[in-house]
Design a protein around this ligand. Structure first.
Ligand SMILES: [Zn+2]
Ligand SMILES: [Zn+2]
Length: 365
């Protein structure tokens, strides 16, 4: 099958003919219908973050189950449409039992081995191992994934929406739904108006934050941000942007969602927080990045800074909620979609992403 392979940081992805073994016990083969172009893959392409190589990238996907491995638990059937998750749910480890499968210990196994939850790969080329990216690897015609890493997609949810729901949407909207205290009637700032940030705006709107303030360095993204629920848009390049936020929320902002996650944006987001306010950081950056925060302000104003992988969501609970809200017209996720392109365009698409393209590009293998 055709797949986009990363062989070395800095090298373009190569469309190669990769062999995919059949699913083993507890696994599924899925035909990919849509794969979202997410910034996280780009961090591995540039070397900001590292993973076992060679690897088939792509972690935001949806498709149709083609084959169920032997000894399946019977939760998923051939022909069913599923969204893929980049963290599995073993159901037995302490984090799963506590209702936080985004922290399932098998997620670490997948990330460090470049394998499926058992640590081995179904991908190869001329007999040499090719790795799975976060247990997904959906920049490919087909994937083999754990049956504990998929969520059924209801009728009426298109493949592209199902794909982005499993990463950008659950990360952004999930942060607004789960990672910050009740924002109803108080200011909420979203930093970054890419797919994750806009999904956070939609989530903030659902939770009745008022006003919803969006910061981005690209004013070209502001019209869309306002369409999906931003009340105020501010140019993040303005050196006085913190003062502009504080003019709208004089005692500080109770909730900030930082969808960029660079040290400078985190430090600036921290400065905007109200006493007892929560800064939820969902963006990823270079592996060696550090932030410097004023300790006394942290303590004396009881500010909170939390990391929110997967938007601090439980995908097995929250993705069905997101699909229901989409189908009810309460989450305008179609607004997030950009162009649909063939898998062969993957490198061009990432070059556009790096330049700040608007809308989530969907690759169709
Ligand atoms: Zn992603
Ligand atoms: Zn677990």
């Amino acid at each position: 099958m055709r797949a986009a392979v990363l062989r070395a940081p800095g090298a373009p992805l190569a469309i190669e003919d990769v062999h995919l073994d059949p699913p083993r016990r507890g696994e599924l083969r899925v035909r990919i219908e849509a794969a979202g172009v997410c910034h996280t893959d780009y961090h591995y392409m540039t070397g900001d973050m590292t993973c076992p190589l060679p690897i088939v990238l792509g972690h935001e996907g949806a498709g149709v189950v083609e084959e169920v491995g032997p000894g399946s638990a019977g939760r998923v059937h051939v022909g069913e449409r599923v969204a893929l998750l980049w963290r599995p749910h073993c159901g037995r480890c302490a984090m799963c039992v506590r209702g936080n499968p985004a922290m399932c210990e098998l997620g670490r196994v997948q990330a460090t081995t470049g394998g499926l939850p058992d640590g081995t790969s179904r991908l190869s080329e001329d007999g040499a191992t090719v790795h799975h990216f976060l247990g997904v690897s959906c920049f490919a015609e087909h994937v083999v994934v754990s049956e504990d890493a998929v969520v059924p997609v209801p009728d009426g949810v298109p493949p592209a929406i199902a794909a982005i729901a499993g990463c950008a949407v659950i990360t952004g909207a999930g942060a607004a739904l789960n990672a910050v205290p009740d924002p109803a009637g108080t200011a909420l700032v979203v930093v970054g108006a890419g797919g994750v940030g806009l999904a956070a705006v939609m989530g903030a709107r659902l939770r009745a934050a008022e006003p919803v303030i969006v910061l981005d360095v690209d004013p070209g993204k502001f019209e869309l941000a306002r369409r999906v629920g931003a009340d105020v848009t501010l140019d993040a390049r303005d050196p006085a942007v913190v003062e502009a936020v504080l003019a709208l929320a004089p005692s500080g902002v109770p909730a900030v969602i930082d969808a960029v996650g660079r040290p400078e944006t985190i430090e600036r987001s921290f400065a905007m927080l109200a006493p007892t306010g929560t800064l939820a950081v969902v963006g990823l950056t270079r592996a060696d990045a550090r932030v410097a925060l004023p300790v006394n302000e942290l303590v004396q104003r009881q500010k909170r800074v939390v990391g929110a992988l997967y938007g601090a969501s439980n995908p097995f609970v929250d993705l069905p909620r997101i699909f229901a809200l989409y189908l009810a017209g309460r989450l305008p996720l179609d607004e997030l979609l950009g162009a649909t392109r063939p898998l062969e365009d993957v490198n061009d698409t990432y070059a556009e992403l790096a330049r700040g393209s608007v809308g989530r590009t969907i690759l169709v293998p």
